[in-house]
Each structure stands twice: as structure tokens, then as C-alpha cells.
Design a protein. Structure first.
Length: 239
């Protein structure tokens, strides 16, 4: 999905340009550990207090473990855009599944990851170390049709977004709420934590986000029995 002419090797200098463009709002960096310059870039990001995540990567198990040793303690949409797991070549997925210090994102839309693979991840990591994400695009909630994604022509059919010639989904046009309903075998309390407390904890903002407690931001969703959103409060104000 990424235009090859925009790709470049990671470095502390490139990172600094992104941080300046983000005006202090950058909190998390996704990096491919196998690329030349990745480790110094991880070190620079960690020295600035950023969360470093492994993703869009063909890293071997050893390369992933080296990144973890440097402080990469998160995995961007586990399984997807990663070297496939094999019993003789566990790769980055093997490192994610067996490293207790690594939190893992999961696109639980029923398309990106098979139900059994979801179960393996949840059992390996435990409910407190899995972060639910949607991989949503600007086409989220829109009917089937043709759209632009970062300047790339994409087509949405039955909620699945693909670019021209792609056989695998580029993204899903469903919300977090839709992903949450697919984790039906997980207790509701754990499923809520996947999308609230867990990501807040990864970013170090759990004191004000992700839970209902005194002093925290009153960001609240009211759901019905089908887990559909019926009302929203942002910092205590109803929307």
C-alpha cells in the first residue's frame, strides 16, 4: 500500500523531522527492526519517552528480540504485514507471542485475522496485553464504492478496502465497536479493556483515560445489549 518512492531507511534524523511536524503530539513509533538504522532510531525514540512498536516488518525472531532488548515493547496489528509464523522460522510473531514485555494490537474484524489466530494471541498474551484496533480508513462507515486513501485509489466491497490488484485487505472500513463484537468469547469486561484501558496504559495515560475513576477525563460510551453506541460523553459533556 505504501508508495515505494516515499520509503526511506529509519534514522534519528528522520525521526526528529517527524517529531517536529507532529508539534509534540507524537507518542508512538512503528518500525521494522530488520532495516539498517532501526536500532539507533529505536534508542532515540525511547530516549524521548516514545512507545516503540514493531510492525510492517519482515524481521526474524532474532532481529525482533534485539529490538525488544532496545525497548520496542509493542506490536502494530499483530500477524498483519509481518513475516509469517512457521515452526522452523517463528519470526517476529514468535517473538511477540513469547515476550511478556510486548503488548500486541489486534484487528478483530474477522477479515485481517482468523478467529483461531485471535484465540492464540489472546491466550499467549493475556487480556491485559492485547489492544483492539480497527484499521479504519476514511471510508469507515461509508457504503461500498471507490475512495481515496492517502492519494491511492481503493475499492470497498462488503466492508473490505483493497487497492488495485491486491488480494489481501488493505484496511477495514469498520469501527472499533464492530471489532469489539467479534470477540464474543471474551468476557465483556476484558473486551472493554482491549479498547479502553489497555491502549491508555500502553501510552502511559491511564491516569486520565481508559477507566472511570476520580480525576480521570469523563469520556464515556453508553452501549446497548448489542454493544451498539447509544450516547457519548467527552470530558463529561454529552455529544
Amino acid at each position: 500500500m505504501h508508495p515505494t518512492n516515499l520509503l526511506q531507511l529509519p534514522s534519528a534524523e528522520v525521526l526528529q523531522k517527524f517529531l517536529q511536524a507532529a508539534s509534540g503530539n507524537a507518542r508512538i513509533l512503528t518500525i521494522a527492526p530488520e532495516l539498517l538504522g532501526a536500532m539507533p532510531c529505536i534508542d532515540a525514540a525511547r530516549s524521548l519517552g516514545m512507545v516503540v512498536s514493531m510492525g510492517h516488518t519482515d524481521a526474524t525472531y532474532e532481529q525482533a528480540r534485539a529490538a525488544i532488548a532496545h525497548g520496542a515493547h509493542h506490536a502494530t496489528h499483530a500477524y498483519n504485514a509481518m513475516r509469517p509464523f512457521s515452526h522452523r522460522d517463528p519470526g517476529v510473531i514468535g517473538a511477540v507471542l513469547t515476550s511478556s514485555e510486548v503488548n500486541a494490537e489486534l484487528i478483530a474484524d474477522g477479515i485481517h485475522v482468523d478467529e483461531i489466530a485471535m484465540k492464540v494471541l489472546l491466550q499467549a498474551k493475556g487480556p491485559e496485553h492485547v489492544v483492539l484496533i480497527s484499521d479504519g480508513t476514511p471510508a469507515t462507515g461509508m457504503p461500498d464504492g471507490k475512495y481515496k486513501l492517502g492519494g491511492i485509489d481503493v475499492t470497498v466491497i462488503n466492508g473490505v478496502c483493497r487497492d488495485a490488484g491486491e488480494s489481501s485487505p488493505a484496511a477495514r472500513s469498520h469501527s472499533i465497536g464492530r471489532c469489539e463484537t467479534l470477540l464474543t468469547r471474551d468476557p465483556v469486561r476484558s473486551r472493554c479493556a482491549h479498547a479502553t484501558l489497555n491502549p491508555a496504559t500502553v501510552l502511559g495515560i491511564e491516569f486520565k483515560k481508559g477507566a472511570l475513576r476520580t480525576g480521570a477525563d469523563a469520556d464515556i460510551l453508553l452501549l446497548n445489549d448489542a454493544l451498539q453506541i447509544t450516547r457519548v460523553w467527552t470530558r463529561g459533556l454529552s455529544n
